[in-house]
Design a protein around this ligand. Structure first.
Ligand code: MV4
Length: 481
């Protein structure tokens, strides 16, 4: 049994993991960089230790982190998402030092870090993948030959890539050489490895992912899918579960294929299979995430499963406490990522002090947030400061509730993407559940994203009220009490 966990992360996910620890009666240890002293999660952890020096390197310094875990008498480390969460060397380093890495086996972290190897492994156990090369390719003439066989357009992807880096779409064979070289160069500079592969390119697919939770006894359960099509520059903005546009037969098939594949591979922990879905509802596996994801909250909302708690128990050697037959999905959930950024300045991050803060609440609202009045958002990390998860019994209901919740949400001092979210939940296509990965780029020019004058409206309303009270008093009017 795990008794004490070090959290190798910061922000809302550190807080989320601390909350899970408390509910499991596990002690939590936070580590923090020089610029994170104001972090609200530090107040909630049982112990906190600083990692001095470069704020960016702090949460990546795994020798230091494992040494702190040992000194603080922790039996496990939770990596959260980002940072060290998908670093197989880190998982191995934990193991070597007698610390449990809360995640999959190091061999699976390594396997799924390689997109070519992932595709090969999943294809072998019956999951559909897009036509393309099943090995890295470096010979340009051969690459063009294969691209012609697949048929243009094709996409060149970095094997160890992410965030859209090292990726190039090729519409015309005459641009192939130039784009192939650019992809390889970018892959080397961002990921240290230049391996690339080629794949048939799908125009504006939907991005659907399946959540898996699996224990070390071979029990594999799926927890439904998330529609992550609403993205900007490969950053997810809104995620939805279940997908409002997926056909029920296809849904069943994508679950069955995912579950079977993870069983056959002996996968353990939480994990997500990412798929592209075309207009005819054909689905193709593209990559696997071996971490707890940002958007896990919507799966928790419709399934009732606490993914972080179950992930910790599985790492401690416990059996999964439910079977597939005991899981029932209820309603719809949407997650809105609230970022401190300026949509009018090309979404540039806006670090700085939050001067006013009012959070939404009420039935069906969940907030995973580190924001508070007075908090100074540091400039060194991701701009996401809050996640608003909204749940309701049906799609129309969840959209209405989201509109209400977003209207309640006030953050001042720094600009945020709340205005963007307010526009999306009023967009007819969104309301009708019609969106794919091309949605946001298409809609952005039509949205007005300036700071909303809700402060002006509020002031006007309050002035009116005090005017009314004044005139009642002046005229000595009787009012019904
Ligand atoms: C694709 C694709 C179309 N065809 N692969 C993969 C990682 C994710 N961040 C984007 N990915 C895509 N992979 C094939 N074979 C479309 C995307 C994609 C995308 C590509 C270019 C520009 C914007 C995009 C937005 C969402 C998805």
């Amino acid at each position: 049994m795990i008794k004490k966990i070090l959290i190798a992360n910061r922000g809302e996910i550190a807080l989320r993991i601390i909350r899970a620890c408390k509910e499991l009666n596990i002690k939590s240890v936070a580590v923090f960089s020089e610029v994170d002293l104001q972090g609200v999660w530090l107040k909630k952890a049982d112990e906190c230790y600083p990692i001095l020096g470069d704020p960016i390197k702090a949460y990546l310094d795994y020798e230091k982190i494992v040494s702190l875990a040992k000194k603080a008498d922790c039996d496990a480390i939770h990596p959260g998402y980002g940072f060290l969460s998908e670093d197989a060397d880190f998982a191995t380093h934990c193991e070597k030092n007698g610390i449990i890495f809360i995640g999959p086996k190091a061999e699976h972290v390594a396997l799924f870090g390689d997109k070519i190897a992932s595709k090969r492994a999943l294809s072998k156990v019956g999951v559909p993948v897009l036509p393309g090369t099943d090995e890295p390719i470096s010979d340009i003439d051969e690459a063009i030959k294969i691209a012609k066989e697949i048929g243009f357009p094709v996409i060149i992807k970095a094997a160890f890539g992410g965030g859209g880096r090292g990726m190039r779409i090729v519409q015309d064979p005459k641009n192939f050489k130039k784009l192939f070289e650019a992809a390889t160069k970018e892959a080397i500079s961002f990921f240290g490895k230049g391996d690339v592969f080629i794949e048939k390119f799908l125009e504006n697919p939907r991005h659907i992912e399946v959540q898996i939770v699996a224990d070390s006894f071979g029990n594999v359960v799926h927890l439904g899918e998330r529609d992550c099509s609403i993205q900007r520059r490969h950053q997810k903005v809104i995620e939805i579960s279940p997908s409002p546009s997926l056909n029920q037969d296809v849904r069943k098939e994508i679950y069955r294929a995912s579950q079977k594949a993870m069983f056959r591979l002996g996968y353990e922990s939480v994990g997500t299979l990412e798929y592209l879905v075309d207009k005819d509802d054909n689905f193709y596996f593209i990559e696997m995430n071996t971490r707890i994801q940002v958007e896990h909250t919507i799966t928790e909302a419709i399934s009732g499963v606490d993914l972080v708690k179950r992930m910790i128990e599985i790492a401690g050697g416990d059996k999964l406490r439910f079977l597939q037959e005991e899981i029932f999905f209820k309603g719809y959930a949407i997650e809105f990522r609230i970022n401190a950024e300026d949509p009018e300045k090309n979404f540039a991050p806006t670090p700085g002090k939050i001067t006013e803060y009012l959070s939404p609440g009420g039935p069906g609202i969940r907030l995973d947030s580190i924001a508070y009045k007075g908090y100074e958002i540091p400039m060194y990390y991701d701009s996401m400061i809050s996640k608003l998860t909204v749940w309701s019994l049906d799609w129309k209901g969840v959209v209405n509730k989201a509109r209400r919740a977003l209207d309640e949400f006030i953050i001042r001092g720094v600009s945020s993407n709340i205005a963007l979210h307010r526009q999306i939940v009023r967009d007819e296509d969104f309301i009708n559940g019609v969106f794919d990965t091309g949605y946001l780029d298409k809609k952005l020019p039509n949205f007005s994203l300036g700071a909303i004058d809700d402060i002006e409206q509020e002031t006007k309303k309050m002035e009116q009220i005090s005017q009314t009270i004044k005139s009642i008093k002046e005229n000595n009017l009787k009012v019904i009490q």
